[in-house]
Design a protein around this ligand. Structure first.
Ligand SMILES: Cc1ncc(COP(=O)(O)O)c(C=O)c1O
Length: 303
């Protein structure tokens, strides 16, 4: 079955899906997006992703005209039509077609354009090697990484720089030389039994997985600290790992080409990461889908 795409409520094969050249997402990266996955066929952490989508919209002053139930119904309809065993769902909302190729928001009368993809969930890569790169993460005061905007050129070029250096992903620093995140995941270090991760003020996307994992760790009585971290903290950590929707917890084997210790701390990361994934699987089955379906059934009006 071909990959499917839903454009403003119309489901078409991906290769037939087009947007106008004056779409501001195309012209300026003037868009926001979310990536959601299913677990055992059920959407996982739907509410968290929806909340972040709305926060991203607010972060760039974009009004979203669809209500929650309509968004969900479009997602479920697209998933149903695609028929994948496990879905990768991407929601893209652009500020719509402008009246002219002008960056002025007054040339963006709306409405916004809603594009959804439902593809088979890709397999998680087995090996993560991070390179601390020269390119900095966007400064919060310039384009806040907490906004999941479609303007991912910072991440695209960061990843390319890391690959050029022989790594699989980058580790971005910010203008204060503090660690922020990887190209599409958050980062954690384990040091002397404490789980460390950069705070929001470092300039990061507030990952859904990051937040769920922090809660999971704290509920188990683990010490978790959100604090500024340096290149040296990365290189002297007992273990380093990334967190993301598509990969859950992924152990990092190398930082800057240096092999990370694979001792007790790394083994704990693997064990706790596996338990975390199992809890996410259970949560998707028990909670998300029934409430999601109820919400979608309550949806009224055109999809
Ligand atoms: C820059 C960036 N940081 C972190 C993440 C991880 O976020 P989540 O756990 O919500 O997938 C992503 C995911 O796409 C990302 O693009």
């Amino acid at each position: 079955m071909a990959n499917l795409c839903n454009i403003d409520g119309r489901i078409v094969p991906e290769h037939e899906a087009t947007v106008p050249v004056l779409d501001r997402g195309f012209l300026f990266g003037d868009s926001i997006y979310e990536v959601i996955r299913t677990r055992n066929g059920s959407l996982f952490a739907w509410q968290e992703h929806l909340d972040r989508l709305r926060a991203s919209a607010m972060g760039i002053g974009m009004e979203l005209s669809l209500d929650d139930a309509t968004i969900l119904r479009r997602v479920l309809d697209t998933m149903h039509a695609a028929g994948n065993a496990e879905h990768y769902v991407r929601i893209v909302v652009t500020r719509g077609t402008g009246t002219a190729p002008s960056i002025d928001l007054r040339a963006a009368p709306g409405p916004e354009r809603w594009i959804l993809f439902a593809r088979p969930l890709p397999p998680a890569p087995s090996d993560v090697r991070l390179q601390i790169i020269e390119r900095l993460r966007n400064d919060r005061r310039a384009l806040d990484p907490a906004v999941k905007s479609g303007n991912y050129l910072n991440n695209v070029l960061g990843l390319a720089e890391a690959k050029q250096a022989g790594a699989t992903d980058c580790l971005f620093l910010n203008t204060s030389d503090h660690v922020t995140e990887a190209s599409t995941s958050n980062v954690f270090f384990v040091k002397n039994g404490t789980w460390l991760t950069p705070p929001a003020h470092a300039g990061i996307l507030l990952g859904v997985t990051r937040a769920l994992l922090i809660d999971f760790l704290r509920a188990r009585g683990e010490r978790v600290e959100e604090r500024d971290l340096t290149r040296n903290d990365a290189l002297t950590a007992d273990a380093v790992f990334t967190s993301s929707t598509l990969r859950d917890v992924a152990l990092v084997t190398h930082v800057d080409g240096i092999a990370m210790p694979q001792g007790e701390a790394a083994q704990r990361v693997l064990a706790i990461g596996a338990e975390f994934s199992q809890q996410c699987d259970r949560r998707a089955k028990d909670v998300d889908m029934p409430s999601a379906i109820q919400l979608a059934q309550r949806a009224k009006g055109p999809a």
